[in-house]
Design a protein around this ligand. Structure first.
Ligand code: F1P
Length: 289
């Protein structure tokens, strides 16, 4: 069994541990103007959380790739997410912000420089991973943050017990191009789903806000494509996807659970192509420049 499969399967347990930390962790208080930053997977988690927090009425929340943070903009708190706690752009930004704005780091590795880089830190050592491809840390960080917003993370973990063993349909594995669509806070999850299959399986994947599929991305869709919806499906869009010949797939559940299915897909697709999802091409566990 690939290592990443074990990490995927262990998510419900890790989510419960992450949620248990939420009550005592220095998570963003209601009403603060918050920016959330990260790189790669961690940036996509930042995007999902930002939209979730703001849409639940907890306050203005923006997400940025750590390299693109507008340092002159006024925030009350900057939250940096990094599994490794070593990613250069994240550490550089936290250094720049020191003394200028309050910062919180959410990291996986307690021994990393990320630990001392921010004013506050939450460490999720139980969610840290040996794999290059992130799965469990990303969803556990999101679960911690969502628990802080009052989301029902216990139901989520209970539902995930089954989803982590989802048998990926053959009809999906037969396709060669994959588009992931989200709405609201699941847009970030769609980007993360697409990244998983790119990293683990060198797959041609794209991701968009669902409504934007109509504005160009549709042109590449045909009977070799699959379109996976994370979250809400805009009226008429499934029919529009199917009219191109593409397979449309969706699940009526919390989009975080659909992301887990997409992680499962990434691993199974890699294996079906004879690739080792634990050894993704050209990637390392963290990017230190
Ligand atoms: C961020 C990250 C991962 C990506 C790759 C390189 O790491 O970009 O998202 O999958 O492995 O590193 P981190 O800052 O969360 O450790």
């Amino acid at each position: 069994t690939p290592l990443v499969s074990e990490e995927i399967a262990s998510q419900p347990h890790a989510w419960r541990q992450a949620a248990a930390l939420a009550a005592s962790a220095p998570l963003p208080a209601r009403g603060l103007r918050v920016a959330v930053v990260g790189c790669g997977t961690s940036w996509f988690v930042a995007q999902a959380y930002a939209v979730r927090r703001e849409s639940l009425g907890h306050g203005v929340t923006d997400a940025f790739a750590a390299s693109e943070f507008p340092v002159e903009r006024d925030y009350d708190l900057v939250v940096a997410i990094s599994r490794s706690g070593t990613t250069t752009e994240v550490l550089d930004l936290l250094g720049t912000l020191r003394g200028r704005v309050r910062t919180l780091a959410v990291i996986g590795d307690p021994e990393s420089p990320g630990r001392g880089a921010a004013d506050d830190v939450v460490v999720l050592p139980f969610a840290d991973e040996r794999s290059v491809v992130q799965t469990r840390f990303a969803t556990s960080a999101l679960t911690l943050l969502r628990a802080g917003l009052g989301d029902d993370t216990e139901s989520l973990a209970a539902a995930a017990d089954e989803v982590v063993h989802w048998p990926v349909p053959e009809a999906l594995l037969e396709r060669t191009q994959f588009t992931f669509l989200g709405r609201g806070w699941s847009v970030g999850l769609a980007h993360e789903a697409a990244l998983k299959a790119r990293e683990a399986a060198i797959a041609w994947t794209e991701s968009y806000p669902a409504m934007d599929y109509r504005h160009g991305p549709k042109a590449i869709s045909d009977s070799d494509s699959a379109v996976v919806f994370l979250g809400e499906r805009p009226d008429g869009l499934v029919a529009e996807v199917e009219a191109t010949g593409a397979l449309a797939l969706w699940f009526d559940e919390d989009p975080q659970l659909t992301l887990v299915r997409c992680q499962r897909f990434a691993v199974e697709y890699a294996l079906s192509k004879g690739l080792d999802p634990d050894r993704p091409r050209n990637l390392t566990r963290s990017i230190v420049l």
